[in-house]
Design a protein around this ligand. Structure first.
Ligand code: SUG
Length: 445
C-alpha cells in the first residue's frame, strides 16, 4: 500500500452542550446556553466519517473523554460523593461545572500534532498531544488524549508518543489546528508548516489586542524539535494578529493545506509574501499552488461565519482534490458564489461536498476541527488498532451505541444531574470494548 492520509475524527461525547466557554471563538460565545442535542451531534459526526470512508479514504475514530471530569473538581477542593461534588459545584461555582463537562475533545484537530514517518529523524510517526493551556475546559484533555492515542497507535516500532508540552501559556499549544503538511506524495518527505499567534519570549513583537493568541512560536518550535524535523523542511509563520481579534482563534479557521496546495485568506498571515517564499523554498522546485481568497470576494467575517477554511481538502483515490465543507458555506451567499466559481475555474479543486455538522459548528467546530490527520504507509496502517477504523461493521455499531446511550436534549443546568455522569460512564465503558481500547479513562483505572 502506498502511504495515504487517514482522518481520525473525534466522536462527540454524551455531554455535548453550549456553555460559551471559549473567549475569542465567536460561535461558542454567541450560542452560550442554547439547548444542545448530543445524539444528533454524534450522528452528524459519524455520518461525515462514513461518507469519507465511502469515498475511499482511510477513516478512523477517536473516542470522547469522560465528562463531567469529577477528578478535576476534586483537585479544586470539592469533596464527598460524586453526587455531592456535582451539586456543590453547581451551587457555588456553576461555571466550573460547565468547564469540566465540555465535550470539547471532539475537536481532534486540537488533540495533537502529528508528523509522518517520512519527515522524522527516526522514521517513526510522532505524536505530541496539545496542552491547550489557553482554556481551562480544554487544558484537562491532554493526559487522557495521550492515553487514547497510545491505545489506537499502539506499536513502538512505528509510533512515538511524546508527553504534552509544559502546562504553561509560554508553551501554549493547540495541536494540528495550527499545523499543516505539504508534500508531493504522502509517503515522501514533506514540509511541515507551523502557524503561531504570538512570541512567548518577546513582548516587542506584534500580538492581538483583544482576543488571546493560543499558540506560541516557542511551542511550535518545541514540537518540531521533539519530532526530529529537518530545519530546511520546516516553516514557522505568524498569524495576522488583527484577524485573531476578529475571531480567528486558530489558523485552521482561515487557511487549509494539503499536498501541494495552500488555500487561505489574504489576511491570514502577518506577512503573506514571506510565507509564500518560505514554503516554496522548503518545498523545492516542484509546482506549488497558493490559492488566495481576496477580502473583496469573501470578508474575514464571512469566512469566520461560514468556516470556508475550516474545510477538509481531501484527495480521492482518483487523484481528484475535493473540499469537504459545512452546509453553512452553502448558505452564505458570498462564500457559495466563491466556491462555485473555484471548482468550475481553478482546475486544482474539482468539487465541494457539503455536510451538516451544525451541532459542532455552533461551538466553533467545523469539519476540519473534527479531524486529526495521520499519514500512514502500509505497515503503519496495519499497526493501527483496526477496531478504531470506520467501515460497514463499525459504523452501524457506533450509531447504535449513540442511539442507545445519548440524550437528545441538554441544557447547561442538566450538567448537575448525577444520572448524566452515570450514563456517560456506562456508555464509555461499552465504547472502549467496542473499539478494543482497554482501560483508558480514569474511572476504569
Ligand atoms: O477550542 N470550542 C472549541 C472549538 C475548537 C475548534 N477547533 C479548531 N478550530 N481546530 C474551542 O474553542 C466551545 C465550548 C463551549 O463553549 O461550550 C469550544 O470549546
Amino acid at each position: 500500500m502506498v502511504a495515504k492520509e487517514a482522518n481520525f475524527d473525534g466522536l462527540v461525547g454524551p455531554t455535548h452542550n453550549y456553555a460559551g466557554l471559549s473567549y475569542g471563538n465567536v460561535a461558542s460565545k454567541s450560542n452560550a446556553n442554547s439547548e444542545s442535542n448530543p445524539k444528533q451531534a454524534a450522528l452528524q459526526g459519524l455520518a461525515k466519517m462514513k461518507a469519507l470512508s465511502d469515498l475511499g479514504l482511510a477513516q478512523g475514530v477517536i473516542p470522547p473523554q469522560q465528562r463531567p471530569d469529577v477528578k478535576a473538581l476534586r483537585r479544586l477542593g470539592f469533596s464527598g460523593s460524586d453526587k455531592n461534588v456535582l451539586e456543590s459545584t453547581y451551587r457555588t461555582a456553576p461555571h466550573l461545572l460547565m468547564a469540566v463537562s465540555s465535550a470539547s475533545s471532539m475537536w481532534t484537530a486540537n488533540a495533537a500534532t502529528v508528523s509522518p514517518s517520512a519527515d522524522t529523524s527516526d522514521n517513526k510517526i510522532h505524536f505530541t498531544p496539545a496542552n491547550l493551556t489557553n482554556k481551562f475546559h480544554r487544558s484537562i484533555e491532554p493526559t487522557t488524549t495521550g492515553n487514547i492515542l497510545r491505545a489506537i497507535f499502539n506499536n513502538d516500532d512505528h509510533f512515538k508518543h511524546h508527553l504534552h508540552l509544559p502546562d504553561n501559556e509560554h508553551f501554549g499549544d493547540e495541536g494540528a489546528a495550527n499545523h499543516t503538511r505539504f508534500c508531493r506524495a504522502f509517503g515522501e518527505q514533506g514540509v511541515e508548516f507551523f502557524v503561531f499567534g504570538k512570541y512567548a519570549f518577546d513582548d516587542s513583537k506584534r500580538k492581538p489586542l483583544k482576543y488571546p493568541a493560543r499558540q506560541t512560536l516557542e511551542a511550535s518550535q518545541a514540537v518540531a524539535r521533539l519530532h526530529g524535523l529537518q530545519a530546511n523542511k520546516t516553516v514557522f509563520a505568524q498569524q495576522n494578529p488583527d484577524i485573531i481579534d476578529q475571531g480567528v482563534f486558530h489558523n485552521d479557521v482561515i487557511a487549509v493545506g494539503s499536498r501541494n496546495v495552500l488555500f487561505y485568506h489574504e489576511q491570514a498571515f502577518l506577512s503573506t509574501d514571506r510565507v509564500k517564499t518560505d514554503i516554496q523554498s522548503a518545498f523545492g522546485h516542484q509546482n506549488f499552488h497558493f490559492v488566495e481568497v481576496k477580502t473583496e470576494d469573501v470578508s474575514v467575517q464571512d469566512a469566520v461565519r461560514s468556516y470556508l477554511f475550516n474545510t477538509q481538502l481531501i484527495e480521492l483515490p482518483s487523484g481528484e482534490m475535493v473540499i469537504i465543507a459545512p452546509t453553512e458555506c452553502q448558505q452564505n451567499e458570498a462564500v457559495y458564489a466563491y466556491l462555485s466559481e473555484l471548482v468550475s475555474s481553478n482546475g486544482i479543486i474539482s468539487d465541494v461536498k457539503y455536510f451538516d455538522v451544525k451541532q459542532s459548528m455552533q461551538n466553533g467546530g467545523g469539519p476540519a476541527c473534527l479531524r486529526l490527520r495521520v499519514v500512514l504507509n502500509g505497515q503503519e496502517y496495519r499497526a493501527v488498532n483496526q477496531n478504531c477504523l470506520i467501515n460497514d461493521r463499525t459504523y452501524p455499531a457506533l450509531c447504535d451505541w449513540v442511539k442507545k446511550h445519548y440524550r437528545d436534549k441538554l441544557k447547561t443546568e442538566d450538567l448537575a444531574d448525577p444520572a448524566l455522569l452515570d450514563e456517560s460512564k456506562i456508555a464509555l465503558d461499552e465504547l472502549t470494548q467496542l473499539l478494543s481500547l482497554g482501560s483508558i479513562f480514569p474511572f476504569q483505572r
